[in-house]
Design a protein around this ligand. Structure first.
Ligand code: GCB
Length: 645
């Protein structure tokens, strides 16, 4: 992917292989998750010694589960804090039942080189996003099966031009320390699934959908919707006579619209809309949202015969939600109704797995979201595994999708390499996530040093680059700079601010919080009267089981009082409580769960403890306070004026 950035146009990269691997009549899927052979390469000699070409990695090797971060799997501190290359390897068989086989990594952190049967198959730079390669050329297609050896080298070293950035310090003579200007542990390895899938020689390569047009009657019932779409076909030996059929199926599997052009529109009469849960009482956060399925069938002849004999490829997206998004100067509208974001941000982080993807953790996450009545979160501070977005589509949870650009400083704003990589990540993230109805906004960075003068040009360029790709979503970045210092948000659509009054500033002084929050919001509003405002982080570290009355920092009582102290100021300017004057469109607690960080004097036992839940997903007292608040927020009918007790 990195090479394609250098050699080809950005658009070519954008459409290259980001469809989620899905089984169908024409596609086989095989998981390569499991135990792989693993070893550190502390001297960085593996590539020169050609470990990729050997039948086994040199000893000592250990077994490593995939997907998982490797850091916390053993008792070995050297593996926990390793900086540099590690190697993974495994053998498997491919049965010769399809003409084309693709090897896909849902993500690996950070720089990844992959060899298949001793030959270089792909390189990818950056964690959190998928990459894949057609490996058919490395296997013997004339036999009934092929034995395949996949070898993967991964380097977690961050540099001033990676996202996130990092700075390697080498002390006398070889002690390595990676400075990470962000507040989460730099977990590494093959942390998402590895998948082998097949297609035909000619195949559906990409699908882009836009559901930004809905007609409403005067009762605000949707009478019709237009979905625009574009299908890209991949493969070399293209027949002239290909034909494509695009069908939209409702939740009962009935075709409600179809078309035979590869780029066109589908008109849906009386559509069932997708909405974030809790909005207008349509469905509570414990119930599922309405989703359609888009089915694309590729035929190898131009006749109108739809015989299964002629089918070349079938691909289905089962999470199509029909909804619109629009910003006014004071509201975030979904389906032309004001939406208020409420919930808690998280990290992909759990005991032992680190950032490793795990369906148990995923499902618990969404069950807790339903329990909490949260309706939104930001994928802080990087794109999450695809499955999070699929669950969010299903349960009606709004997502602010974020790039891994956390910790940018003035060094990065003057670096063309950083800007190029940032653009590439924006392309990869939007190409992967644009078809999810749950994604309501893109955040291009978290807490950059946006009061540096050079931030102005950097963010102006990035906003201009992203806007045409944004697929109908507003764009933003998350700000820690002051309202009068920030240089870049003027080029974006919404103000998202992180504030820690009563914690990092004014520690312990709960009584100052309401005034400080109100001042803060009013100041931003004065500077940007045309942009809605959201508080994208506020929170206090809390050691579970620690108590003090009156409330002191780090106790469960303090977290309760701290969070509650913000809420009155939010409600005073809320766009749903005060439809005529409010401009505040959401509140996201930092954090849903305690999560791992580097060790430091601020982080007891290496955890950021601002979670409403522990790292083991058990509630602290504040989880009940927030559940109560979110239940009440859900009851606000958007066009009525109400205050929350
Ligand atoms: C922030 C950052 C987040 C940190 C948090 C904290 O502003 O965006 O990554 O974890 O503060 O707890 O310090």
């Amino acid at each position: 992917m990195r090479h394609c950035l250098l050699l080809l146009t950005l658009w070519y990269c954008a459409v290259n292989g980001l469809l989620y691997p899905a089984e169908s009549e024409t596609r086989q899927i095989r998981s390569l998750d499991g135990l792989w052979q693993f070893r550190l390469d502390e001297d960085g000699v593996g590539e020169t010694e050609q470990w990729f070409a050997k039948p086994n990695l040199p000893q000592p090797t250990i077994l490593m589960p995939v997907p998982a971060s490797y850091n916390d799997i053993t008792q070995n501190i050297t593996i926990h804090r390793h900086i540099g290359w590690v190697w993974y390897a495994r053998d498997f068989f491919i049965h010769n039942t399809a003409p084309r086989w693709v090897l896909r990594f849902q993500a690996a952190h950070y720089e990844t080189h992959v060899w298949v049967n001793g030959q270089s198959a792909m390189n990818h730079s950056g964690g959190h996003l998928p990459f894949e390669a057609d490996i058919t050329r490395f296997i013997s297609i004339n036999e009934s099966y092929s034995k395949v050896r996949a070898v993967v080298a991964i380097n977690n070293t961050l540099t001033s031009t990676t996202l996130p950035p990092g700075y390697l310090h080498i002390y006398n003579p070889t002690y390595r320390y990676l400075e990470t200007p962000f507040d989460f542990f730099n977990y590494a390895g093959i942390d998402r699934s590895v998948i082998l899938y097949s297609t035909s020689n000619i195949y559906i390569q990409d699908i882009a959908i836009d559901t930004q047009s809905i007609n409403f009657d005067n009762q605000h019932v949707a009478t019709s919707a237009i979905l625009t779409y574009s299908i890209t076909i991949g493969g070399t030996n293209r027949a002239n006579s290909l034909r494509v059929l695009i069908e939209l199926l409702d939740a009962n599997g009935i075709v409600v619209a179809n078309n035979t052009d590869s780029q066109s529109r589908l008109v849906v009469n009386k559509p069932n809309l997708w909405e974030p849960c809790g909005m207008n009482h349509t469905h509570p956060c414990t119930e599922e949202s309405y989703l359609y399925t888009l089915q694309v069938t590729l035929y190898n002849d131009a006749s109108s015969s739809s015989s299964s004999m002629n089918v070349v490829d079938i691909y289905r997206i089962s999470h199509i939600g029909i909804r619109t998004i629009r910003l006014t100067d004071s509201k975030f509208l979904v389906n032309e109704r004001p939406f208020y974001f409420h919930g808690a941000n998280a990290h992909e982080d759990s005991d032992i797995r680190g950032k490793g993807f795990d369906r148990v953790i995923l499902t618990k996450h969404f069950n807790l979201y339903g329990w909490l009545h949260g309706n939104a979160f930001r994928t802080s501070h990087y794109p999450y595994a695809d499955e999070f977005y699929q669950m969010a589509d299903r349960f009606g949870i709004a997502i602010i999708g974020e790039t891994p650009a956390v910790g940018l400083s003035a060094t990065q704003f003057v670096s063309q390499a950083t800007l190029d990589h940032h653009k590439q990540v924006v392309i990869e993230m939007i190409s992967r996530d644009r078809n999810h109805p749950s994604v309501l906004m893109w955040s291009l960075a978290n807490e950059p040093k946006s009061d540096a003068p050079s931030a102005k040009e950097y963010f102006s360029t990035l906003a201009n680059f992203t806007r045409p790709l944004a697929a109908g979503r507003p764009i933003t970045y998350v700000i820690s700079a002051s309202y009068n210092g920030d240089q870049g948000i003027q080029f974006f659509d919404m103000i998202c601010v992180n504030r820690y009054f009563g914690w990092y500033s004014e520690p312990g002084r709960l009584d100052q919080i309401p005034w400080l929050v109100s001042q803060e919001l009013a100041n931003w509003r004065r500077r940007f009267p045309n942009k809605p405002i959201l508080m994208s982080e506020y929170g206090a570290d809390t050691v579970p089981g620690l108590h003090n009355d009156p409330s002191f920092m780090f106790t469960e009582e303090y977290q309760n009082d701290f969070l509650s102290a913000y809420h009155g100021s939010f409600d005073n300017v809320s766009s749903i409580i005060h439809p005529d004057t409010g401009y505040f469109v959401g509140e996201l607690v930092w954090n849903m769960f305690d999560f791992a960080t580097e060790q430091s004097i601020n982080r007891v036992a290496g955890l950021n403890r601002k979670g409403l839940f522990t790292r083991q997903r058990q509630p602290k007292a504040a989880a009940f306070i927030m559940k109560n608040r979110y239940e009440q927020l859900e009851l606000i009918r958007t066009m009525e004026s109400k205050t929350i007790q």
